[in-house]
Design a protein around this ligand. Structure first.
Ligand SMILES: Nc1ncnc2c1ncn2[C@@H]1O[C@H](COP(=O)(O)OP(=O)(O)OP(=O)(O)O)[C@@H](O)[C@H]1O
Ligand SMILES: [Mg+2]
Length: 419
């Protein structure tokens, strides 16, 4: 077993072959390791590249998203500003102390009406205002009027409507804060011998007023019936541009449901449509009637009813109808001092007024037609007698008619009257 030790002890050649093998293994493992490292490096590089690419893509996406976001931010900013503006345009609620400060303790009275006293005032920034302090009354109507005004004027904006800036609803004080109208109400100029306006200006006032009412009836979000159109509720700014004021009796009524049940008489005698003081359905056509009465007064620069005038002229609208029926409009022009150049417009005004005050609401034109007719854009056919009930023989017939016909507004019927 002599080989055993030899077997157990490696020879030098064995040792050298072993070390060569180890070297080879080292080299191999180095190569493999190197390859693995390279592969890993490549993988890492690829990974990094991929990440970068992804990052680039993401960043591109983010950029475009952020552009979108930026855009939508712009939109949001615009929208927010817009909303803020809307909020600003809403009437602001003031305290009683605010009102006292604005009016310097109710120093200057501008006038008074059925529901309160109007004072001049000023905001701290110098903007002039008119503050209508409502009477303290048990009459629910004052409060109804107050709430109606807030809800209606506050949501309307038109060049021919008086702007409501704010209100005060306090136990001690209920008030409405309006834009100040420098020249006051139209009646001050219409019926004042010393302040008579040129007819052309009055024609403009008539059209502006009609546009204000048209907006209430046809253009704002919810149809608004005024119920108290009269010269005292047409205010004039520094340039004598008219703005309709006092939506005191206004009620919001849906377009679908143009009828409003009214209890009790409303409006002002002389301007209120028959259906306002009779138990008939009331629609926005009651404003058209009142506007017609106002139009007669603008035309004549006089009140419609002047007791003691030569009898036939005591009630101006009836006198105009008689003249129109008799083909004597020329004498109306002469009587009203209307110059030759203005006659065509004035004749148009006469006819429109006669249409507006028709007894039957359906026979009255819409305010849009009124504006168009006054501006000469719509031809006016000869009006029919608006006052048949004033002839005793026709009174009962006319009354019967109105009961059955004073129903929903029929635009097509309306249009058929006016070509
Ligand atoms: N915004 C305003 N700017 C300037 N003056 C105003 C303003 N509002 C009202 N006035 C003045 O106050 C007066 C009284 O207005 P008020 O509305 O109280 O009465 P009215 O119009 O005569 O009657 P009603 O109570 O039926 O509306 C007006 O005639 C006008 O001279
Ligand atoms: Mg008024």
């Amino acid at each position: 077993m002599s080989n055993t030790p030899a077997n157990s002890t490696p020879s030098s050649s064995d040792t050298s072959s072993t070390s060569a093998g180890a070297t080879a293994a080292t080299i191999a493992s180095t190569i493999v390791g190197g390859i693995v490292i390279i592969v890993i490096a490549i993988a890492i590089i690829r990974c990094i590249q991929k990440n970068r690419e992804q990052a680039r893509n993401t960043s591109m996406q983010t950029t475009s998203e952020s552009t979108v976001n930026q855009d939508s931010n712009i939109d949001m900013v615009t929208i927010e500003r817009f909303l803020a503006d809307i909020v600003k345009e809403r009437p602001v609620r003031f305290t009683a102390q605010n009102i006292i400060d604005f009016t310097q303790n109710f120093k200057q009275k501008l006038g008074s009406g059925g529901f309160g006293i109007v004072y001049k005032g000023q905001f701290p920034n110098g903007v002039q205002i008119a503050v209508k302090v409502l009477h303290k009354t048990q009459d629910k109507r004052a409060e109804e009027q107050f709430m109606a005004e807030i809800g209606t004027i506050g949501r309307t904006y038109h060049i021919n409507l008086v702007r409501l800036y704010g209100f005060c609803f306090d136990n001690s004080l209920k008030a409405l804060v309006y834009e100040y109208m420098e020249k006051g109400s139209l009646d001050r100029y219409l019926f004042n011998e010393n302040q008579k306006h040129k007819w052309e200006k009055l024609h403009e006032i008539a059209i502006g007023t009609a546009k204000g009412i048209r907006y209430l009836h046809e253009e704002c979000q919810k149809k608004i019936v005024h119920y108290d159109i009269k010269p005292g509720n047409v205010l004039l700014d520094a340039n004598f541009s008219p703005k309709v004021a006092d939506f005191g009796l206004a009620r919001l009524c849906d377009r679908d449901n143009s009828h409003v049940s009214m209890t009790g008489g409303r409006g002002t005698p002389g301007y209120a449509a028959p259906e306002l003081w009779m138990p008939y359905p009331v629609t926005h056509k009651c404003d058209v009637y009142s506007y017609g009465m106002l139009l007669f007064e603008i035309l004549g620069r006089r009140r419609n009813l002047i007791l003691g005038q030569a009898e036939s002229q005591e009630w101006f609208p009836r006198w105009i109808w008689d003249k129109f029926e008799g083909g004597e409009l020329e004498s109306v022009m002469l009587n009203c001092g209307i110059e030759h150049n203005d006659r065509e417009k004035a004749e148009r005004m006469c006819k429109v007024a006669l249409w507006c005050v028709q007894y039957q609401p359906d026979a009255r034109p819409s305010m849009n037609s009124v504006v168009r007719m006054l501006e000469g854009e719509e031809e006016i056919i000869a009006p029919k007698n608006p006052f048949p009930y004033m002839m005793p023989s026709q009174w009962s017939e006319s009354r019967g008619d109105s009961v059955s016909t004073a129903t929903e507004t029929n635009e097509s019927e309306e249009n058929s009257l006016i070509h």
